[in-house]
Design a protein around this ligand. Structure first.
Ligand code: CU
Length: 310
């Protein structure tokens, strides 16, 4: 067992019950987006973000323990040593044991926190070999995506218009998943369980590419390239929003990443490579068809379960 694993096991044991309470709202949330009245993080789709959540919860409970301890001491001092209880002031001098303890214990706590903290930082900035690279360019106010491994594959990604044209409302009426202010016309499509490098830049002002469920967030700065990476472990649709104030329509440049099985991705990429008229519609159709198949599969499975239970 490595040190970090041991630390993790220890922390998990200590905080298991408490974590369940802290995670309850997140567990109820849909994958890949925030829910109304949600507390806590969005559900995680990458191992790295699960670690971030674990670390956050551990530090939170540690903070609660320290705060309660200090508050308890304060209350004790206020009750035990107030003017009424001690009409005649007493004088205290050094207490070496106490001084060593109140220096050493906080140091140990901080060193303990720093171990998983640096491990996470290292994980975020150590890029595994890429299976796929995407370039995201922020523009006032939409995103442009390129797949540099595949020459010529690139497209703009605009939010569906809900205020004037009711684009996403129309899709929802048809039973399609199109959350307001998050759904876009052209989603980024990536294969599941593959390492994806994202190169981020901007054309005009600073934007920020952010997908909470992947635990990634990076500024897109004009004239520079920043990078992040993720390995999504679950198919689905994952949303984010531009997270750097970038002008009037800052709130209207969402990010939508569609994680699909490798074969669906290959089909989608072939259509994108072929290009031509109506390529966006054809690419969307491939994804919708794959979703319809997997939904039918789930429906069959739950039908079978119902049959067994009955
Ligand atoms: Cu922006």
């Amino acid at each position: 067992m490595t040190v970090s694993n041991r630390l993790r096991a220890l922390g998990m044991g200590l905080a298991a019950a408490a974590l369940m309470v802290a995670n309850a709202p997140a567990a109820l949330a849909a994958y890949g987006r925030a829910e109304n009245y949600q507390l806590g993080f969005q559900d995680s789709a990458t191992a790295l973000f699960s670690d971030v959540q674990w670390f956050h919860n551990i530090v939170l409970w540690l903070m609660i323990a320290v705060t309660l301890f200090v508050m308890g001491l304060l209350i004790y001092v206020m009750v035990r040593f107030n003017e009424k209880a001690n009409p005649k002031p007493q004088h205290f001098h050094h207490n070496t044991t106490l001084e060593v303890l109140w220096t050493l214990i906080p140091i140990l706590i901080l060193v303990g926190i720093s171990v998983p903290s640096f491990r996470l930082l290292y994980g975020q900035y150590t890029f595994p070999k890429a299976d796929l690279t995407i370039k995201a360019t922020g523009v006032q106010w939409y995103w442009t995506y390129d797949y540099p491994d595949t020459k010529g594959v690139g497209f703009d990604s605009y939010p569906l218009d809900d205020d004037t044209k009711n684009d996403s409302a129309a899709l929802r009426a048809k039973g399609q998943d199109a959350p307001r202010l998050l759904a876009v016309d052209n989603e980024i499509v990536v294969p599941v369980n593959k390492v994806v490098h994202v190169l981020i830049t901007a054309k005009d002002v600073i934007h920020n590419w952010n997908v909470p469920s992947f635990g990634v967030k990076s500024d897109g700065v004009p004239g520079r390239i920043t990078a992040t990476w993720f390995k999504a472990e679950r198919p689905g649709i994952y949303y984010g929003v531009c997270s750097e104030l970038c002008g009037a329509k800052h709130a209207y440049m969402p990010i939508a990443v569609r994680v699909v099985p490798q074969d669906v991705f290959a089909k989608w990429l072939d259509i994108r490579k072929a290009g031509g008229k109506g390529v966006d519609d054809k690419a969307r159709a491939v994804i919708q068809a794959s979703l319809a198949t997997s939904n039918a599969h789930v429906a069959t499975l739950s039908g079978a379960t119902t049959a067994i239970t009955q």
